[in-house]
Design a protein around this ligand. Sequence first.
Ligand code: SAM
Length: 379
Amino acid sequence: MDYSAFTEEAHRLFLTDYSSELNRNGILQPTKNRDPIFPPWLGIEYESMEMDRAKYFLYYTSIHLCLKSWDPKNILNILVVGAGRGRLVDFCNECLNEFNISGTVHVLEVNTCANNLLKQKFDGDSKVVIHEPIAIRTVKEIESAISSNHCDSKLTNLAKTKCVDLFVSELFGSFGDNEFVAEILSASVKLFGKHSESGLPLCTSIPESYTTYICAIHSKTLGKYFKENPSEQLHVLGLPRDTTFLTQIADVYTASCTSRLDNTKHNVIFHRKSGTEDITWTGLAGYFRAKLYGELYIDTRPTAKQNTYFWESAFFPLTNDFTPSCQTVTVSISRICKKVKSKQILDVKYPQLKMWYEWTCPEGTSTHNANGKHHILYL
Ligand SMILES: C[S@@+](CC[C@H](N)C(=O)[O-])C[C@H]1O[C@@H](n2cnc3c(N)ncnc32)[C@H](O)[C@@H]1O
């Protein structure tokens, strides 16, 4: 299979749409990375997300290729996790019809407003089952909700039959896993995925895996902003025009979307670019690349391969002016995720998980956001 035509088409769409987005809204100002489910997304946020055509083109192509290879003699059960207003549900439904596959598209969406829209949109479509609004956070939470009869019968049945062959979702943040993709999907697979008799998952996930990246940058505009607003929080922003990339865009780690991550420290060795000796590092820009299906990837890195703009740069600010004196600099990033002790279940106002990043630059200096002192993300 030659994937290059799809990749080139996505890049072409990206170039057109990103230029319109910049003309319409300008460069995204720094904002603190927010929690993924509370407060819930607004209609206007879904609208702006849906304008990134390249991302949907790649999702559509992935779903299409995956269903094309499915033997239509077998029933196919799909679960869309975090369906928003239903674009990925449409794609699954269309492809089931195109390839004459019998099956069901189960849909989970925690946001009540989006969930109501989904119910209206797919009312009367026997292939699509919209479940009551619920967040998938931990296996334990859903299992105790089921055993205490707090889940509707459709979801209880899905957990009993564990019949899902294909998971489709779009739960990334700008740094890949800053919106808990691995926790949500690993719990979803455990709860609802088809498994072998020996307990191995037999299901597929679109997306399959992802890699995170960082790059040291200098920007006078961002330097001024973070001098006035000192911060050890993960931010999301558009890089200003005065940004200089001081190092290569280095990969930090690669992870499966459907396995829980260990709390590991990752070291990255940067080679300073020549001619940047006297330049201060303002911070570390963060990106991700995710394998959707086969050799189809979404890629947020600002290179000739970038094919989505909805996820702007993640940004790890550096609190001290740092100008490296050596050719190589080691930076470390840790992602720490822990359970929250909570007696309340099924209420998005009461999180079940907390997660934060800690970063040290260069290694040996003090750690930013140590123990989540300045910024914790909750699910
Ligand atoms: C980035 S949006 C994607 C929307 C949709 N997939 C699309 O393509 O338009 C993520 C959606 O997932 C929902 N969501 C996030 N975490 C969730 C969870 N743990 N359980 C259920 N829904 C979740 C959010 O409410 C939001 O609507």
